[in-house]
Design a protein around this ligand. Structure first.
Ligand code: FES
Length: 491
């Protein structure tokens, strides 16, 4: 009886629960290892395939998630509870579901008792046998734990702690943890919603609530028209999810042309030495004026004459962080960079004239070295030296959106051991089943790539100094990579 009541979960919710990628679940379904129905999987099938999953072990899932987040170079967020109102609302809904379940069980119980009474009144031996069968079946069902009950219990807890958001018309999904805003959660999940000020003034982050409830958790000066109010519009930057399931209609950027040019004044958080030749410049944008960009794009950085000690300086750099990394903008500056246009700016940073607390202007974003929208092909990233910067941004984004079946990273260096963030690449390699990493020398690259038969069926992203990437791009095309699947960023 209870087996027929198995709880069904969407792939996103099941992946969230198990701490694995949605792509990994899809692969198991495709290979026939995990049954699915209409895009859903059953809790008892998950329990069977992941027997280690129980409430006592849920800490291990938290740990896996923490490793994944750490590996993505995100700041560890303080885990906060949803608002009291959201908790009350979600518990109320669960209470209603529980009450309905109890009513159903009561009806089954009454039916069972009626059946027992009727059978007892039937004067034939077959009725006694049937009675015994029923008694034994019931005893067995009550003695054994219901299949999938740990999965169902953990899911019930997650439904209270986090909300599942479905975006229309794209079908993208994300989870809102604690009382974070819809905008913050969408960006963290790698989505590209329309937004501007980030603090409830401009109205650009408007979204329409199609199903479920959202509630403001911060004040806002924006005034909705009567028509917008009637259509359930909310501001994603000040609202969180009240119900555990919410459907939103959202405007999303699909291509670089969808994002306007912006100018932001950011503050230097730190300048860190990554190795003898590479510095990491960490900027933070103001809360009320974030930079909107797509992973893999470039911006122009500028410092004033006061700071530069002469005239204003500016230089163009790829953003090494992902838009999912909140207000943080990371850049990798390489001493051996041969671009004359950025030489003075670079020298200014290497000389220590730019330090924590200083202001840096950021214009942009520029360029179209971005992930192929909605492609499910395997991803191959080839970084040469500091070409790793835009590749890092793309990889963080690809992991956040959880869309690729596999990710391969080749990082070639023109100097021995020139891969300046080896621990981060190893952490990805260890935390993600579908990720592979190879560090190699530049002169080994062509031979290694020639041995990869999967390149023509992959999306290939190649970044590095222009004189290094151009011949390699020609070799990749000659090896059968279709031009529309080859994306090149020459620095
Ligand atoms: S981003 Fe400006 S109101 Fe939300």
């Amino acid at each position: 009886m209870l087996a027929t009541m198995s709880q069904w979960l969407t792939l996103s919710r099941a992946a969230h629960l198990l701490g694995i990628s949605r792509v990994a679940l899809q692969k198991r379904i495709r290979e026939g290892d995990l049954p699915s129905f209409d895009g859903m999987v059953a809790a008892d099938d998950l329990q069977r395939d992941w027997p280690q999953l129980d409430l006592d072990a849920s800490g291990s899932f938290e740990k896996t998630r923490a490793i994944r987040e750490d590996a993505f170079a995100r700041r560890l967020r303080e885990r906060v509870l949803p608002t009291q109102e959201a908790l009350a609302q979600r518990l109320f809904v669960q209470g209603q579901e529980l009450a309905e379940l109890q009513r159903t069980l009561t009806r089954y119980h009454e039916l069972f008792e009626t059946l027992q009474t009727r059978l007892a009144a039937v004067p034939v031996p077959a009725a006694d046998e049937l009675m015994q069968l029923l008694d034994e079946g019931l005893a067995q069902a009550l003695a054994a734990p219901a299949p999938g009950h740990d999965v169902a219990a953990l899911d019930a807890m997650l439904r209270v702690m986090s909300a599942h958001i479905t975006v229309k018309p794209s079908g993208h999904e994300f989870f809102v943890e604690g009382s974070e805003t819809l905008l913050k959660a969408a960006l963290r999940a790698g989505l590209t919603p329309n937004y501007g000020c980030g603090n409830g003034n401009c109205g650009l982050c408007k979204a329409r609530v199609v199903a479920g409830e959202a509630r403001a958790v911060a004040p806002s000066d924006y005034r909705f028209s009567e028509a917008e109010k009637a259509q359930n519009h909310v501001l994603m930057c000040v609202c969180t999810a009240l119900s555990s399931d919410l459907v939103l209609e959202v405007l999303e950027a699909g291509a670089p042309g969808d994002i306007p040019e912006q100018r932001v004044v950011a503050k230097v958080r730190s300048v860190d030495v990554l190795n003898d030749d590479v510095l990491r410049l960490h900027l933070q944008t103001p809360r009320s004026n974030r930079l909107r960009f797509l992973a893999g794009q470039r911006v122009t950085l500028g410092v004033s004459a006061d700071l530069a000690g002469g005239s204003d300086l500016h230089a163009e750099y790829p953003v090494a962080s992902c838009p999912c990394d909140d207000r943080n903008l990371i850049f990798h500056l390489c001493r051996t960079d041969r671009r004359a246009a950025s030489a003075d700016f670079r020298q200014c940073v290497f000389d220590g004239r730019i330090k924590a607390g200083d202001e840096v202007s950021v214009w942009g974003p520029w360029g179209s070295f971005v992930l192929e929208h909605d492609s499910a092909r395997p991803l191959v990233f080839i970084a040469i030296d500091d070409g790793f910067a835009p590749v890092n941004s793309l990889i963080e984004h690809a992991i956040a959106v959880d869309a690729a079946e596999s990710i391969s990273l080749y990082w070639a260096s023109s100097q021995p051991g020139g891969q300046y963030l080896p621990n981060q690449c190893r952490a990805w390699n260890e935390a993600l089943d579908e990720f592979s990493y190879l560090a190699l020398a530049v002169d080994e690259l062509q031979a290694v790539l020639a041995a990869n038969a999967a390149l023509p069926t992959s999306d290939v992203y190649l970044a590095g100094a222009i004189d290094a990437v151009e011949p390699l791009a020609a070799a990749l095309l000659a090896a059968g990579v279709p031009p529309e699947q080859l994306h090149v960023e020459g620095l």
